[in-house]
Design a protein. Sequence first.
Length: 151
Amino acid sequence: MAQPILLELPRPDPREALYERLQSAPHEHAEALLNVYEILQGLQDRGVLQLAKGALGSSEQVLQILVNVANRPEMIRGIRNAMILIKVADLFPPELLESVEEGVKKGLVESQKPKPFGLWQLAKKLLSEETRRVLILTATILQSMGMRLSK
């Protein structure tokens, strides 16, 4: 009976293809590599690479310091306050904040005029419907804060 012929092909090294790509990379990406070298040199000149190297070498200590700082009561309170302020900022439609910006600009221009408003003109502005809406909003916010403070 005939014996089968075993054909064993050498397995290609997957790193070989990568090595070939690496050898051709400087020719194909010369300008990009020069830019990267300039960026690296800038980071080296400013000490950023040494700082990163030190942080990597002592990552456990850096992490422990960050955890200790973050666990302080004032940091926890600050993070909570920042999250609440973000939620409050999310309540305002962008158009409303744009009107605040516009109002600040107008108010600054009017306050720079050589002759300020008279008492009657000021009273008319304060008693306008638009101003009363803002006063109601402000009074409601202050009332809510006052209730919290009394508890």
